[in-house]
Design a protein around this ligand. Sequence first.
Ligand SMILES: [Zn+2]
Ligand SMILES: [Zn+2]
Length: 605
Amino acid sequence: MKYSLLIIFVLISITLTSQTPEQHLKKELLKKVANYVGVELPHDLHLFCLPCKLMMKQVQKFSKNTLLAIVKKEYLALCPHFYNMPHCLGKSRQYHDEFAVHFIDNYLKPSNACQLLGACKLEHHPQTLKEYINEVMHDKLTKEQQQSWKEKAEALLINNEDYKVVQYTDLHIDTEYSEGADAFCDAPLCCRKEYGTPKDPSKGAQYWGTLASCDLPFRTVQNLLEFTKEQIKPDFILWTGDSIAHDVWQQLESNQTVPTRIITEEIQKTMPTTQMYAMYGNHEAYPAEQYDMIGESSQWLRDETAEMWKQYLNQEAYYQLRRNGYYSQVDEKRNLKVIALNSQAYDYDNFFLMEGVTDPRGMLKWLVEELYDSESKNQFAIIIAHIPPGDISCNTQWADRFSVVIERFEHVVSGLFYGHTHSDQVSHIRSRIDGRYIKTLYIAPSVTTFTRYNPSFRVFYFNGKTNQIIDFSQYRLDLAKANKEGQNAILNWNIAYNFLEYYGLQSSRIEDVSTLGYKMRHDDEILKKYIYSYATGSEVRYNQHLKDLKKLFLKKATRNYFICGVETATYDEWFSCIGFIESLQDSAQIRYKIYELFYGKWLKD
Ligand SMILES: [Zn+2]
Ligand SMILES: [Zn+2]
């Protein structure tokens, strides 16, 4: 048994090596494995493909259960040193098994393994970024053409009023939140009855939410919606996903969209006439992150969300969401197309992508078609999605190509809105041709407190005659004050800052906003302001970052972490911006690089 696994691991490691190993080494290895599983190989190399496939079929069958058992055993031996046993069992079932299954299915798949071993001819060749740039950019409008396009587009908006857009993201309500329950338990999500009551009541869950590893009680969301209706009166709402609590190790597929439904119904009840554009996040998939972009096993999520958001969607958008898990819809009054993308297409924690990272479910190709359509109609477009392209879980190959598409249609796209990180951020797409800044990505902080964040949401102000963002207000709940006042408190959702004024920016044009990174590099006060808001004003988070800034060996890493985050919009750009030594401060970087090897290359059609 041990011998077979050794061979399989050698085989895997060879398939993962980026340099092509010697052909005869592959042959010898193949012969050994073939011998072991009882398949006879012909001497003629050119006839290798079919026998190789037959052999790999055997290997795949043979290895699956053995490998799964080993992964499980090793994980369950280690995990209890860090977490309690029910958590470990749940995680093992949901993630490690998922990972192993996708890994075996993909890498030991006969067609894949035999191609990588050189026994079968390559069916698809990798496509370089340069080739993609040539393909997408060949008909980009000149500067003059873009200018006249804009004039025509604005002429269509001449009578329009300015408008307000609310963005909610990462609400993560916890339907089992229990006031007084231990907020500092040993599970990854606390503030629940099952973890008991602490001796010191100040360590217990608070009425409106708790700055700990806790998600949010639903009442705080209800209050937020009331506040929005009374005080903001938005023209429309953007909702960028992640609504379920973080108890990922004990979730069930049948309950996965329950929080999304509860919140949707509450929004409909509170603001029945307000239009909303919504998209789900990585946590709505089951298990969290695991979303089948290629096959149909995640159809239940597309069906359920399309049904619950039906009243906001026109017929075409409803069918798009149901069929593909992404959609677009035009706000006719504003001649504005809202494009909702599904970020599971580029989330490296989604192991389904091991089946192929090349434009999963054709979403990028579809995006290009949608933007061509808007360009032809002199119509502006905004894009919403859950995970921002520069995130640590985002596949850089996708993010690079997305940046190219945005550059091609830079005159059409007037805003990009994300969530997922729970931090208050912006970042920037740069040109793949000349390096100049193209667009700001607006990454909003979470409504949930998880972990140790103050509940937050954003209000964007748009110029109705140009469909461009004028500015945004960052709203934040003073949680400590609210909890002190208890259940009768009138919650203060205060404006924490207005974006342009806070950072001393001239305007929200790309030329001005993109100076933020430079300002942070050269002015420590601006850097600290950014870090403070990044931490949503949470003293405990902010103080930790300040401490890191004072430590010699962490100072540069911490500075770069924030500055590079603002200046880049793909993981690889960020990685090279922070510097190699600094990147070693965080094991997540190493994990990303290992993932990169597993997921393979973007291929030609
Ligand atoms: Zn989230
Ligand atoms: Zn998320």
